[in-house]
Every structure is written in structure tokens, then in C-alpha cells.
Design a binder for this molecule. Structure first.
Ligand code: MG
Length: 271
């Protein structure tokens, strides 16, 4: 029996399996998540008056069975990863303030300023259907710090075994490249809108998550993205006309402040 041949066979089978698993996670339009295109922008905050990016808004998106819930990650002066959209929290510049100082102030619903660890733990608890759409904000203190935020975010996602649930998005291309360096199987989507699907594909980015006006201006990019099997996502879509156009155009995900409206729309169109 030719053992060398058998070994080569098993080795190549293993490599193919590894490649196919990596590809599956990169383009994670998996059946195991909720079968709707609704990504709640900063959680499902609006209808119930929850603060944006609060644990309450994340839990509401999960309760609604949105396919994704988006949130923004920044890093404090003492390297704590926290969830907040703006560069300031209660008039304090996040990147120049410690977590202890920032967390003296609560969110309007009484929640403490969530750390990424707390947010991910809340996001994976009892949740099988809603992706965690993690936006890494570029750092105002330079490119290198932005990449550090990316590397530390990926390390924490891995530590908490949240990688299969997580999609990374950013306006900064180098941040996404850093994410893929730290986790080659990570699913990434680019937000800034100036790169063609062909460019994204060439760089291993899994999806185009652009403002919907970008796709209106470049309608050819929709077919191009489909041709390259990229994920198509648009933000931030709050009116019914744009929702209808994106649904008709076959978008995988639509990021919205009105998840209840879009869920209702997709449920009725599925009948
Ligand atoms: Mg965001």
C-alpha cells in the first residue's frame, strides 16, 4: 500500500476542508441566522426610546429576530474597548479619557457605558439568529491606533467564542485588512463607498456595505457584487421607497433605524 499517497490524499482533503470552512464564514449568509435582511442600526433603539448602542437596544434587536444588530466600537485612553457612536461621551473625548472617568456617566436609560466585552456577552447569551455587526471606528489618534483597536476587538471576539456570530464593518480599509490578518476567516464589509466590488473581491473583503445613494449612483455595482458573490448591504435606510428598491434589487442586508417597519415589509412580501 502506498502510505505516502494516502497521506497526501488526507492532507489535501484537510486543506480543502479548511478552505471551504473559511470561505463559508467569510460570506456568512448562512441559513442558521434569521432569514430576513434586517440589520438594526445601533440596535433596535428608536421605537422603544432606548439609547442607541445600549444593551437594551441590542436585546430588542435579538428579541425581534433581526438578522443583525449593529454597534460602534471605540477605545478609551487606557485601552478599554467600549460601545459608543460619537467620539465624545458626555462631552468627554473618549480617546483621551479613561474608562473610569467616562463610566461615571450613565446612558439615558440608566445603563452603564457598555464595554465591548459586556456587549458581546449580552449579544451571544441565548442568541442564535442575530449576527453581531461590529463597526470599528477609525482612531483620531492615527492609523496605528485604529489597527490596534481592530486587533484587540478580534482577540476579544475570539476569546468569547463569538466569531461565528460576528461581522466586522469599517470606513477604514486598513482596519478591515487588520481584522483579516488577525482572523483570516472573518467576515468583513467596507462602508466608505468609493471602491468597486471588483476591488473588494481582490482584497478578500466579503461585502459592500455602502450608503444606499452609492448604489443609486452606481447601479452596475449591484450586479458586479452578485457576480463576485459579495454580500450586498446598504445603510441607513429608513424610508419605505428606498427599502422597496433595495429589496427588489436583491440586497442581502439593509441597515435601518426602523427594523420593525422593514421586518413587517419583508414578512408581508414573503407571503
Ligand atoms: Mg455604526
Amino acid at each position: 500500500m502506498n502510505y505516502r499517497r494516502i497521506n497526501i490524499f488526507f492532507l489535501s482533503a484537510g486543506v480543502s476542508l479548511l478552505i471551504s470552512c473559511t470561505t463559508a464564514r467569510k460570506n456568512s449568509i448562512s441559513k442558521k441566522f434569521a432569514a430576513n435582511p434586517v440589520v438594526a442600526h445601533r440596535g433596535a433603539f428608536k421605537k422603544n426610546g432606548f439609547p442607541e448602542n445600549s444593551v437594551a437596544s441590542l436585546k430588542e434587536a435579538i428579541r425581534l429576530k433581526c438578522t443583525g444588530s449593529e454597534f460602534d466600537v471605540r477605545m478609551t485612553a487606557d485601552d478599554s474597548l467600549i460601545i459608543n457612536h460619537d467620539p465624545n461621551f458626555n462631552k468627554l473625548e473618549i480617546e483621551k479619557t479613561t474608562y473610569a472617568e467616562l463610566s461615571q456617566y450613565k446612558l439615558p436609560n440608566g445603563e452603564k457605558l457598555p464595554t465591548l466585552r459586556e456587549y458581546l456577552l449580552a449579544g451571544i447569551a441565548g442568541n442564535k439568529l442575530t449576527r453581531l455587526v461590529l463597526e470599528i471606528k477609525p482612531s483620531g489618534l492615527g492609523k496605528e491606533r485604529g489597527k490596534l483597536i481592530a486587533a484587540r476587538s478580534v482577540a476579544l471576539v475570539k476569546e468569547l467564542n463569538a466569531a461565528p456570530m460576528t461581522v466586522y464593518i469599517s470606513f477604514d480599509y486598513d482596519i478591515l485588512k487588520k481584522v483579516m490578518e488577525a482572523d483570516p476567516g472573518a467576515s468583513t464589509q467596507y462602508l466608505n463607498g468609493e471602491r468597486s466590488p471588483e476591488q473588494l473581491k481582490a482584497d478578500g473583503i466579503a461585502g459592500a456595505d455602502y450608503h444606499f445613494s452609492v448604489f443609486k449612483k452606481n447601479p452596475g455595482w449591484i450586479e458586479e457584487a452578485k457576480k463576485y458573490k459579495l454580500i450586498l448591504n446598504a445603510w441607513t435606510v429608513n424610508d419605505t421607497e428606498a427599502m422597496d428598491w433595495l429589496l427588489k434589487s436583491g440586497f442581502d442586508f439593509i441597515t435601518t433605524n426602523e427594523p420593525e417597519l422593514l421586518l413587517k415589509k419583508t414578512a408581508s412580501s414573503a407571503k
